[in-house]
Ligand binder design. Structure first.
Ligand code: ATP
Ligand code: MG
Length: 306
């Protein structure tokens, strides 16, 4: 089964698509059959970063049943071993993908025959985005060093955490939990996972043990993109420490990618950055990240809510 790498970030422009296309390119270059799936529906642009200027089929053809099998929406790219399911032409927003279609998509992804599958998710915390992120234990969060971007990625992590906790409760049990949190702590506290976890630990100890075990099987990673000279190289590990403290969620800091004007140049020329500018700082950072991440997989496919 494929290694699935969902890439998410709270804020638009943090570099999710740039990272997805670059990791895809590096894995493919190492001879690994790799598929990129653009799930940033409504704002898809991954095709441009892998030199597929005019995709003639895309993900929404599968959603609308114009194409029956997800694998038949796959496009070749100019790069050996690198394939794409494009989101171009998708007027659909991911938030509007129905539950049935989401499950059908996830089941189809699980059957695809690739060594690596990279999911480029849009910004934000739509439930569908959270579920695609949680489809694998290898989720990657991307943020820039700007406080607004960090704030949004934290919000995304918190939403993912809550979504996963929710999975362990029936609707009635979750309502009971909500009531208990409000009773013990007041109305404002339900959005704070740390409070919910404290109540789960006390009131539902057997579920608490399951949730803790579940979260230990995730190998979430954080990447800090667009790091400029004046930014601290320690910022990423500091963010991970704060997340551990406040959410109890273990996220590994995978590394920094330097801010590099060549990224902009490559995108404007509609060519692959790593091929056009292989000897730049950002290209070195990407290669280093790829090396590191290829050696640390979490559980391959969770999908246990299917
Ligand atoms: N390391 C970098 N150095 C310089 N510029 C960068 C870098 N990474 C990304 N960028 C710039 O940021 C822009 C946004 O990147 P990208 O499209 O990958 O973000 P995104 O997170 O996918 O955004 P969206 O949520 O809108 O899809 C790029 O067009 C590029 O100009
Ligand atoms: Mg994008």
């Amino acid at each position: 089964m494929a290694h699935i790498w969902p890439i998410g970030g709270g804020k638009g422009g943090s570099g999710k698509s740039f990272l997805a296309s670059s990791l895809g390119r590096l894995l493919a270059k190492a001879g690994k059959k790799t598929l990129l799936i653009d799930l940033d529906l409504g704002a898809a642009n991954l095709h441009t970063m892998v030199d597929v200027p005019y995709p003639d089929k895309c993900f929404s053809d599968f959603v609308s049943r114009k194409i029956n099998l997800l694998e038949d929406t796959v496009l070749a790219t100019p790069f050996p071993h690198l394939f794409l399911i494009s989101g171009a032409h998708d007027s659909l927003d991911i938030a509007n993908l129905s539950y049935e279609k989401k499950i059908k998509t996830l089941k189809s992804i699980a059957k695809l025959k690739y060594e690596h599958i990279i999911l480029d998710l849009g910004a934000g915390t739509a439930i569908n985005t959270l579920d695609f992120f949680l489809a694998s234990g290898n989720g990657i969060f991307v943020t820039t060093p700007e406080p607004t971007s960090i704030e949004n990625v934290y919000r995304l992590m918190r939403a993912i955490y809550l979504r996963r906790i929710r999975h362990y409760f029936t609707t009635d049990e979750f309502k009971a939990l909500e009531k208990k949190v409000k009773e013990l702590l007041g109305d404002d506290y339900f959005n704070k996972p740390e409070n919910i976890v404290a109540v789960v630990r006390k009131e539902f100890p057997e579920k608490f043990a399951l949730i803790r075990k579940d979260f230990n099987s995730f190998h979430f990673k954080l990447i800090l993109n667009q790091l400029r000279k004046q930014d601290s190289v320690e910022l990423g590990s500091q963010i991970c420490k704060i997340i551990k403290k406040h959410l109890g969620l273990h996220v590994d800091f995978a590394g920094n990618i330097a801010y590099d004007e060549h990224v902009h140049d490559a995108i404007c020329q509609r060519v692959s950055f790593l091929d056009r500018y292989p000897h730049t700082r950002a290209a070195n950072d990407l290669r280093e990240l790829n090396r590191k991440m290829s050696n640390s997989f979490g559980e391959q496919l969770i999908l246990n809510y299917l």
